[in-house]
Structure formats: C-alpha cells, structure tokens
Design a protein around this ligand. Structure first.
Ligand code: LM2
Ligand code: CA
Length: 480
C-alpha cells in the first residue's frame, strides 16, 4: 500500500513534458528526523515526506528517558512507557497512522542495550522512579552485566569483544541480553511499538550486544519486521557489522568515511566509491548516510554546516546504486550536548519545514536544517525512482568534477572545486535536452521548459557546465 502511494507521489512530482517514462517503484529512501516531536513528524509526512517520495522515517527513541535537557537523555531509558519529550503514546500512535496514510513508514530507534548511566537514583521524564540498576516492573540488578574486567566496569578496550559486549558503554547500565527474561522484556517493548504500526527498528548500540542475542530478540518478532542494526565499524575491532546481517540490515559507516575525503580533494576513483568497496557489507544489507546525529557531532567531515558540499554529498549518495540511503535532518548547534528547543512545558517544539528551500548560509542554534524539504533532495529522490535498479557505470573523474551514469536511466555530475567546470560523461541516454532535477527539474507551468538548468545529451555524451560547488542530475523522465 505505502509503496503504491509513494510511487504515485513521485510520478505526480515529475512533470516532464515529453519523453516521459514511468518511474520504477518508489525508491527505498529514509529520512532521520532527529529529535523531532511526533506531531511534527505526522505533519511532515503529509506535507513533505509522502509527496516527495520518502519511504520511511527514522525517529528518535520513543521511550521514557532520564529528565535532562541534553538531546542524549533519549538514549538513557527509564521505562518503556511511550512518554517522552518528543510526545505521548497517543501522539506516537497518531503519527504512525498519519504517516502510513501518506505512504511513509516509521522506523523507531530501539535503545535496548542499556538503561541509564545515572549513579544516583532519580525520576524519569514521565515520573517513573529508578536507580542505576533498578527499574521497577522491568529490571533488577541481576538483569545487568557487571563485567568486572575494568576499573569501573566501563568499556576501555574496543579490541576486546568481551569488554565491548559485557562492560558498560559510558556508564550505561548494560543489560544481560543472554537472559531469557531480559530478552522477553525487550521483546514485549518492541511488540508494543509494532502493535502501534511501526515497520521496524534501528537497533541502537547493536555492537554492544552479541549478534546471537540480537538475533534471538528480533527472531521472536513478526516476519517482515525491518531491523537496521547500528554497528559502528572500527579498525582493528573484533565485532564487525557482517555478524549482524543474517537477520537484517546494518548502517554501513564506511560509506560516508570514503565519500568525505573525495569531496574535499576531488578524487572519486578510490575503490571505496567505485567497484570493489572494501569494508562495506553487501549492498542489499547496507543502509548508508552522509551523516547522522552522532557523526555530525564527531567524525563527519561534511554536514549541514557545509551547505553546497552537503548537497553534493547527498546527491551522490542518492544517485548511487549501493545500499539504502537515509538522509539526515537535525538542528544547528554549537554545543554538542544542546537539546532541541523546548516549549515552556519542557517538550520539544514542533516546528515545520514547509518553507525550507536549501541549505542556509548561517544557522541559529536550534534551527532545523529541514533537509527533507530541499528541492535538490526531492529532485534526487525523483532521479532515484527513475534510475531503479539500473547499474552504475564507471565514473568520469575530471579534476574537481566527477559524474556517472545509471545505465540508460540518468546521469549525475558534481563539481567540488571553486571554479566553473565542464564535464562530459558518456551515456546511453537518448540525444536531447534534459532538465536538471537538482536545480528544479521541469517547469510545471510551462510544460516545455526547465525550472532550473538544462543540459544536453549529444552523440552519447552528456555535457554539464557546473558552477563552483554544484551538482546536477538528468534522467529519462526529465527530457524536454
Ligand atoms: C548510540 N549508538 O550506539 C547512540 O547513537 C548515541 O547517540 C548514544 O550516545 C550511545 N549509543 C548510547 O545510546 C549518546 C551521547 C552520549 C551520552 C549517551 C547517553 O552521544 O554523550 O552519554 O547518549 O545519554 C552521556 C554523557 C556521558 C555519560 C553518559 C551516562 O555524554 O559522559 O557517561 O551520558 O550518563 C558518564
Ligand atoms: Ca552490552
């Protein structure tokens, strides 16, 4: 049902006058709406995500959390009640329904490796009292690991599988996921979310749980539940993402790590970006991203702060044939701990993204980036729909410019330099004029003109004249 609706939405968004060809099925593209309240996500599904062809939303964790203002309070569960700074159970349920009706599925962030990291007893956001190793009605001390391997039972050595999976991640009380009762308690939480209609889960900190434990927990869920494990690939570490692909997908961190240096030095022909892809899980298991809420506060070299370069990175990811992309949409910050702006009631403000038309030159702290509304992103979703499963042809690496064809379906080109660059890319697209979907696509009013740039294909070559830090993409459905 949702796939059909999304296809219709993508087709409706394509207004190419002549030479129009039906898109393939709507692409499997997600959007992480970091720390956005449920009511706001419901609104986004109806106004933006459904119409723009996003297939799913990754939400922030929905369970009760410690009562602190930092965004990362969400990652310290106090109970599995769906009462958080992002909204109530009723609001969560309504979001799932409204998104579903708009053709958008919900993937919830499941924090199940641990509970809080608080050494002193406290009361959660929804009023539930707790202690570091006591969560009334859920867990008692015996349900937690006390690894005894390090001075404070904290993970110190990531080359030790035992430490990584049985010691504490930054003091967070580590659940004994080998225990049947712990597994059942986690399972009941996930089942509850499924009963409200979620399509699946991001498994937070999956690396810190043995793959067998995660397999047992998710194996008890209904067939078809989507599972995306977060297993941060680390050099020299024994726990690798490949261990988690038997029962679902994984976030492939290598993808962004390979992309960012190419953007800064203009060399795209590395094996990580074309062909071989060492240290990548197989394409059908990979969920890829330019950045996420952790990497934009850490390792990511290209984020919303980089404006046009960020658009280029997303365009390349969305044009690629490797993995399932998830676009990231958060808020501007200077303090890495700063939570999203809240109302006087202490809940996160529900803001709308309807007006956003691209990266801003500057952001105020707390301002939403609204990447899901940028026409360049929407245009690339349209590109991806038309590209379907056409293979990616070898790229053309020409100084600061780079581009490649999705065989017979579309061509993408980028210029990461600060001077205008003309790049020619061999293609089997028919000769003719095409509207660039990054800068606006076809002009719906005129029917035979482009809203943005226009590029030609002649004698099997697509020619792009790209300004500094620019991306362009043409596809079979956008031929004049
Ligand atoms: C994740 N994936 O594996 C999340 O994506 C990541 O955002 C989480 O860290 C982490 N794992 C745990 O779920 C965030 C944040 C940390 C924060 C934790 C827990 O990046 O800074 O740690 O959530 O809220 C904070 C303090 C840390 C303190 C800890 C426990 O920064 O200094 O440790 O709380 O109180 C003593
Ligand atoms: Ca663990």
């Amino acid at each position: 049902m949702s796939a059909v609706l999304a296809t219709a939405a993508v087709l409706a968004a394509c207004t190419a006058p002549v030479g129009q060809e039906p898109a393939a099925a709507a692409p499997d593209v997600g959007i992480q709406l970091f720390q956005l309240p449920w009511t706001a996500i419901a609104e986004e599904c109806e106004t933006t995500l459904g119409p723009n062809g996003f297939a799913w939303v990754l939400t922030s964790p929905p369970q009760e959390h410690i009562d602190r203002e930092e965004w990362w309070a969400s990652y310290q569960p106090v109970s599995y009640d769906l009462e958080s700074r992002l909204g109530s159970r009723e609001e969560f349920a309504e979001m799932v329904e409204r998104c579903d009706a708009a053709g958008v599925e919900i993937i919830a962030d499941a924090v199940v490796n641990h509970m809080t990291g608080q050494d002193t007893p406290g009361v959660g956001f929804a009023g539930t009292p707790y202690e570091h190793y006591e969560y009334p009605g859920l867990y008692t001390d015996a349900d937690f690991h006390h690894c005894g391997l390090t001075s404070f039972d904290d993970i110190e050595d990531y080359t030790s599988r035992e430490q990584v999976q049985t010691c504490e991640l930054v003091n967070l009380a580590d659940l004994d996921t080998a225990s049947t009762t712990v597994r059942e308690t986690i399972g009941a939480y996930l089942d509850d979310l499924l009963s409200l209609g979620v399509a699946g889960f991001r498994i937070d900190a999956a690396k810190h749980m043995p793959a067998d434990d995660v397999a047992a927990i998710v194996g008890a869920l209904p067939e078809g539940t989507r599972i995306i494990s977060e297993v941060i690939r680390g050099g020299g570490e024994p726990v690798v993402p490949e261990e988690y692909t038997a029962f679902g997908e994984v976030f492939e961190f290598t993808y962004a790590r390979d992309l960012a240096p190419a953007l800064s030095n203009g060399v795209f022909s590395d094996p990580g970006l074309e062909g071989e892809r060492p240290l990548h899980v197989s394409p059908d298991r990979a969920v890829v991203f330019v950045d996420n809420h952790d990497t934009e506060r850490g390792e990511a070299d290209v984020t919303y702060r980089d404006g046009p370069l960020y658009v280029i990175a997303n365009a390349l990811m969305l044009a690629d044939d490797y993995g399932t992309p998830v676009v990231y949409s958060g808020y501007a910050f200077t303090d890495r701990d700063a939570g999203a702006p809240t109302t006087a009631d202490g809940v996160v403000e529900a803001t709308t993204c309807a007006e956003a038309d691209g990266p801003a030159g500057e952001y105020e702290d707390g301002e939403r980036t609204c990447v899901q509304s940028w026409p360049a992103i929407t245009g690339m979703l349209e590109f991806r729909a038309y590209a379907g499963d056409a293979p990616r042809m070898p790229g053309v690496d020409d100084g600061d410019a780079y581009g490649f064809e999705r065989e017979g379906r579309g061509v993408v080109a980028v210029n990461v330099g600060d001077e205008t660059h003309v790049i020619e890319i061999p293609t089997s697209l028919e000769d003719g004029s095409y509207c660039d979907v990054v800068s606006g696509g076809a002009d719906p009013a005129s029917g035979d003109r482009c809203a943005g740039a226009e590029y030609t294909v002649a004698d099997g070559v697509a020619t792009f004249e790209l300004g500094p830090a620019a991306a362009a993409a043409i596809h079979v459905g956008a031929r004049l």
